[in-house]
Design a binder for this molecule. Structure first.
Ligand SMILES: *Cc1c(COP(=O)(O)O)cnc(C)c1O
Length: 395
């Protein structure tokens, strides 16, 4: 089959709910993906932040192969080694919480929302989330996602949600009352355009939740697992949340989600209250363990920090050259390039030249390279972007 034939297969048999770029990817290795024609593409957005330590990291591949041969799946009627071990590793690297495992970011957020309502006192039900947030596509998660474009056509949504502008302390304070069960935000909004929370905002959420007996939930589905140079983005702020949610990079390419909750809150999820058939299966958990081991053995937190700073300094040089760039935002390897006009054409031109990046919110180019990215790879990426921006500037 050639590329056109695969595209026709999709057109006939796959629901068209994604806008896809016209390439068939057959292989991934580190920061490179290879298409059906054998072209190599430098991937600065691997797996939409899922391949956080690069495509097919050898440690993950080995762990998955070994686990697949031993025990692919076991239901939660029993105990398995990988689930317990992964929970311990996550707990020790965060705030000593307990884990619930599922299969995606949306499911992790559903678990957090349900737990917040179950745990808080009678009469509390309201969930406050921020404008431009992204929390997933299931009904609870999409209701939490305070962007009208994701709600259009799906009304009525889940009751009891309230939206406030991100980083607006006054609006949040005014929205608080005795009925609030939880606040849920991303420490750095990803899909919303790489918008970091301010330290003051994070502390305000913590204080308001403490005063009201509400739960502070951080959605770390995109920011988690080291991308920002720390295991979890909240660790850049001097706050401890009650619950964090994870997915994307957690399995290094294998589907897995997790919620970590403080033990006293987690205790509300007694048998019968919540579950996931595939959640915490040995295959996914073995992959998660391998990711954590790889990050530590290869010092990838340090690399994420260093390469993030390097990329931002290089991008600031481009900013000085091209007026289309208004600003560079982000922490570690979560980088947003604010343009003053739409970026979709730039993404397409970069891909034609062998570089994959992303654009979100129309005008924000997004770099989320793997934590294994090197300075040479970033140089190559920035040289391509430079070329494309130079062409754009001539138009
Ligand atoms: C991707 C994402 C989700 C949704 O994850 P799925 O695995 O697609 O359900 C939720 N929150 C954030 C911050 C995300 O980036």
């Amino acid at each position: 089959m050639n590329t056109q034939e695969v595209i026709e297969l999709y057109n006939q048999y796959v629901i068209g709910n994604y806008g896809r770029l016209p390439k068939v990817i057959v292989q991934g290795k580190g920061n490179i993906m290879i298409d059906l024609e054998g072209n190599q593409i430098l991937d600065l957005f691997p797996g939409w932040a899922v391949s956080g330590i690069g495509h097919c990291h050898p440690r993950v591949v080995e762990a998955v192969q070994k686990q697949a041969a031993q025990l692919l799946h076991m239901d939660n009627t029993f105990y398995t080694l990988p689930q317990g071990q992964l929970a311990k590793l996550l707990s020790e690297r965060s705030f000593g919480g307990k884990c619930f495992f599922c299969n995606s970011g949306a499911e992790a957020n559903e678990a957090a929302l349900k737990l917040a309502r179950k745990y808080t006192a009678k009469g509390k039900y309201k969930i406050i989330t921020a404008e431009k947030s992204f929390h997933g596509r299931t009904f609870g998660a999409v209701t939490a996602t305070a962007q009208p474009k994701y709600h259009d056509g799906f009304m009525p949504l889940v009751p009891g949600f309230e939206y406030v502008p991100f980083n607006d302390i006054q609006a949040l304070t005014e929205a608080f009352d005795e009925e609030v069960a939880a606040v849920m935000i991303e420490p750095i909004q990803g899909e919303g355009g790489i918008n970091p929370a301010t330290a003051e905002y994070m502390h305000t959420i913590r204080n308001l939740c403490d005063e009201a007996g509400a739960v502070m939930i951080l959605d770390e589905v995109q920011t988690g697992m080291g991308r920002t140079g720390k295991w979890f983005a909240y660790q850049h702020f001097d706050v401890v949340p009650d619950i964090i949610t994870l997915a994307k990079a957690l399995g290094g390419g294998v589907a897995i989600g997790a919620m970590i909750a403080k033990p006293e809150i987690a205790a509300a999820l007694v048998p019968g209250t919540h579950a996931s058939t595939f959640g915490g299966n040995p295959l996914a958990c073995a992959a998660g363990i391998a990711v954590i081991e790889a990050v530590e053995a290869e010092h990838l937190l340090e690399n994420a920090q260093r390469m993030g700073d390097y990329a931002r300094s290089k991008l600031n040089e481009l900013k000085a050259k091209y007026p289309i760039i208004e600003g560079i935002r982000g922490i570690g390897l979560m980088i947003g390039i604010q343009l003053n006009s739409p970026g979709a054409g730039i993404v397409s031109r970069c891909l034609e030249k062998g570089l994959r990046i992303n654009c979100t919110q129309d005008t924000v180019l997004r770099f989320m390279p793997s934590m294994t990215i090197t300075a040479e790879e970033l140089d190559r990426a920035i040289a391509i972007l430079d070329e494309v921006l130079a062409e754009e500037a001539k138009k």
